[in-house]
Design a protein around this ligand. Structure first.
Ligand SMILES: [Zn+2]
Ligand SMILES: [Zn+2]
Length: 352
């Protein structure tokens, strides 16, 4: 089968590798759609602990497809079912795992990060992932492409649940890549009063306004932009860009009791950010972090998409055959379009 493998930093290759064998407790999935994430770009540029010259790693943690083979001992799943896979697999027995937070497990494994992922024609789902419920049967109204995008959407959901957006909140979203756009969709669903958006790229700001005519663009200086809308601050600010300056400046935009979400990591050499902690104190601010998603958050988000509550298909801007991976990666890395998705032959599913 064809697969995109990471060797070392900067070395990605389309390889022909054997279709994985499964044992009686495992599933084999034929991938139909898999999307490229910031993590995939970072792993390509920086390399990954689980990938080396001798042991290349198949990337891809956002994917959906069909079960083509179920091991004899597997219960609850069978060949022919349309599924997507929550990528984070816990040990199953630590405090985090038993509380449903397998994504916070110290021994967490993840498809496409520590074990072979979805940028391949087939994926083996190990027993732990089968029994922990990482494999989600899809509803009839969600496409494979949108199902692949449920992974980042559920990261966004996780962040906003931790933030606690309330009906009537004024929300500012900084950074309008695919994640920023998903934050708009989710904040809208959760009852934000008005959503203000800002991005250094004029094109991305304009694109967000075309997709969501109700959002209020802020171009240039943020406090001045807010003042022009009659606001002295916002209740919620989400930084969906790997920008230390934006994180530091965001404290100034907040109302009393405001809450900020620092979504996504910063590059290692920029991770120490000086912030005005007096603003946290005197305005009683909360700064929230978030990472990954629980399986239940993943499932809930797939239902929201299936039920038409989140128009996730809007975010898919480009699709590619896997052979075209270099162009797909280049486009994703240069912030062209929104989500870049590999699509595999859609016709028929061969039974094995
Ligand atoms: Zn992702
Ligand atoms: Zn665990």
């Amino acid at each position: 089968m064809k697969a995109i493998q990471l060797y070392e930093a900067g070395h990605l290759q389309l390889a022909d590798v054997p279709v994985p064998e499964i044992n009686e407790h495992e599933l084999l999935i034929k991938v139909r759609a898999a999307s490229i994430c910031g993590t995939d770009i970072r792993m390509w540029k920086n390399g990954a602990a689980a990938a080396s010259k001798d042991h290349p790693l198949i990337l891809g943690h956002e994917f959906a497809g069909d079960i083509v083979k179920a091991g004899k001992a597997v219960r609850g799943y069978q060949a022919g079912e349309r599924v997507s896979v929550a990528p984070n697999v816990g040990c199953g027995h630590c405090d985090a795992c038993v509380s449903g937070n397998t994504h916070l497990c110290q021994e967490m494994q993840a498809f496409g990060v520590t074990m072979d992922g979805g940028f391949a024609e087939y994926v083996r789902v190990p027993e732990e992932a089968v029994v922990q419920g990482n494999v989600l049967k899809l509803g009839d109204d969600i496409s494979y492409e949108a199902a692949a995008l449920v992974e980042p959407l559920s990261c966004v959901y996780n962040g906003q649940m931790l933030l606690g957006i309330r009906p009537g909140d004024d929300v500012l979203i900084i950074g309008l890549g695919p994640i920023g756009i998903m934050h708009i969709m989710m904040a809208e669903l959760l009852g934000a009063k008005k959503i203000y958006v800002s991005d250094l790229s004029e094109e991305r700001t304009a694109q967000a306004c075309r997709m969501f005519p109700q959002v209020k663009p802020i171009r240039g200086n943020v406090p001045e932009g807010l003042a022009a809308y009659g606001l002295s601050g916002v209740d919620i600010c989400i930084i969906a860009a790997p920008a230390p300056d934006a994180q530091a400046a965001s404290l100034e935009y907040m109302n009393m009791n405001g809450k900020l979400l620092f979504f996504g990591g910063l590059p290692d050499h920029k991770k120490i950010v000086p912030i005005n902690t007096n603003l946290i104190h005197y305005r009683q601010l909360t700064i929230q972090g978030c990472t990954r998603q629980s399986i239940s958050a993943y499932r809930l988000c797939a239902r929201l998409v299936n039920d038409g509550r989140i128009p996730l298909d809007l975010i898919m801007s480009d699709s590619y055959p896997i052979e075209d991976y270099e162009r797909a990666y280049q486009n994703a890395a240069s912030a062209k379009g929104l989500k870049h998705v590999f699509r595999f032959d859609q016709a028929g599913s061969e039974e094995q």
